[in-house]
Design a protein around this ligand. Structure first.
Ligand SMILES: NC(=O)c1ccc[n+]([C@@H]2O[C@H](COP(=O)([O-])OP(=O)(O)OC[C@H]3O[C@@H](n4cnc5c(N)ncnc54)[C@H](O)[C@@H]3O)[C@@H](O)[C@H]2O)c1
Length: 276
C-alpha cells in the first residue's frame, strides 16, 4: 500500500475561468469544455452577440456564465472585465486568452504599420492585459493558471504572414517572462500552439480563395495524423494546462499540431522507402 491519493481526473468543478475570444472557434470550444468539466465561465468577445450566445450555451450545460462584449486590446475593457467576473462568478482560477486576429496577411515588404499595430494590439497587447489582470486577482490566492494561444506560426514562421507570425512568436517569450515573474506566486503561464485548426477563422480565410477545399485537403495530407486539428483538440489541451493536474508546467510552449512539428518535410515517403 502507498499513501498516494487517487488520481482525480480532469475536473474544473468549483472553479471559475475567464476566456477571451470565447464567442467562436477555439475560445468557444474552450469555454464549453471548461463548463462541461464543472467551471463557471466568463466570456469576453468583441463580435456583437457572440459572448451572449456563448454564455447561453454555458448556462445550458448547467454552469454560471458571464457575457462581456468588448475589445481585449483595450486596457479599461480588460480591467473592468476581470473586476466584473470576480464580482459575478467569484475568485478567478484560470484565464485563457484565445482572442486573436490574422490581420491582412502579407510579406514584410507589404505590411502596413496599421496592420502590424492591429495584429500586435489584439494578439500581444490583449494577451499581456489578460496576464496582468489575471495576476492581480490570482497573486493574493497564490494559485492560478494562465493560458495564451500562440500557434505553430509562433514556433516557426510561415511565408507571407509577417504580422501574425511576429505576434505569435512574441507570445512565447511573453509567457516565459510572465511565468518567471509569477512562479513564486504559484501561478502558471503557458502557451498552447495549434497547427491548422478548422474554425470560423480558417473557414473565412479559405473562403477568400477559389480552391479553398483543395487547400484544406492538402493541409490535412501534410499533417502526419492525416487531418487538420479541431477546436476540440485544442480545447482539450487548454483544459488540461489550465487544470490542477498541470501545476508543474509553466513557461512552456505546447504544440497541438497533429505531428507536423515532428518533421522538417511534408509528410510523405522518401523516394527510396515504401512505408505506406
Ligand atoms: N484556427 C487556426 O488554425 C489557429 C491556429 C493556430 C492558432 N490559432 C489561434 O487561436 C485563437 C483562436 O482562433 P480561432 O481560429 O478560434 O478564431 P475565431 O476567429 O474562430 O475566434 C476568435 C474569436 O476572438 C474574437 N476576437 C478577435 N479579436 C478580438 C478582440 N480584439 N477582442 C475581443 N474578442 C476578439 C472574435 O470575435 C472571435 O469570436 C487565435 O488566437 C488564433 O490566432 C488559430
Amino acid at each position: 500500500m502507498t499513501d498516494r491519493t487517487t488520481h482525480p481526473g480532469l475536473v474544473h468543478s468549483g472553479r471559475t475561468a475567464f476566456v477571451t475570444g470565447g464567442g467562436s472557434g477555439i475560445g468557444l470550444e474552450t469555454a464549453l469544455t471548461l463548463a462541461d468539466l464543472g467551471a463557471d465561465v466568463a466570456v469576453l468577445d468583441w463580435t456583437p452577440g457572440a459572448a451572449a450566445a456563448a454564455a447561453e450555451r454555458i448556462e445550458g450545460i448547467g454552469r454560471r456564465a458571464l457575457a462581456i462584449e468588448g475589445d481585449t486590446g483595450d486596457e479599461q475593457t480588460v480591467v473592468d472585465a476581470f473586476a466584473e467576473t470576480r464580482r459575478a462568478l467569484g475568485e478567478i482560477d484560470a484565464a485563457i486568452a484565445c482572442a486573436g486576429v490574422l490581420g491582412e496577411g502579407g510579406p514584410v515588404f507589404e505590411t502596413s504599420v496599421e496592420d502590424f499595430e492591429q495584429v500586435m494590439g489584439v494578439n500581444v497587447r490583449g494577451s499581456f492585459l489578460v496576464v496582468r489582470e489575471a495576476a492581480r486577482y490570482m497573486r493574493p490566492r497564490r494559485a492560478g493558471a494562465i493560458v495564451l494561444l500562440s500557434s505553430l506560426d509562433g514556433l516557426q514562421a510561415e511565408h507571407g504572414m509577417f504580422s501574425y507570425c511576429t505576434s505569435k512568436g512574441a507570445l512565447l517569450n511573453l509567457a516565459r517572462a510572465a511565468a518567471l515573474d509569477l512562479a513564486r506566486d504559484g501561478i502558471t503561464v503557458n502557451c498552447v500552439c495549434p497547427s491548422v485548426t478548422f474554425t470560423p477563422l480558417l473557414e473565412g480565410r479559405l473562403a477568400t480563395i477559389p480552391n479553398g477545399d483543395e487547400v484544406l485537403r492538402s493541409y490535412a495530407e501534410r499533417h502526419p495524423l492525416g487531418r487538420v486539428l479541431t477546436s476540440r483538440d485544442i480545447a482539450s489541451a487548454i483544459a488540461y494546462v489550465a487544470s490542477p493536474l498541470a501545476t508543474g508546467i509553466t513557461g512552456a510552449a505546447i504544440p497541438v499540431d497533429a505531428g507536423i512539428g515532428a518533421t522538417w518535410d511534408n509528410f510523405r515517403d522518401p523516394p527510396w522507402v515504401e512505408t505506406r
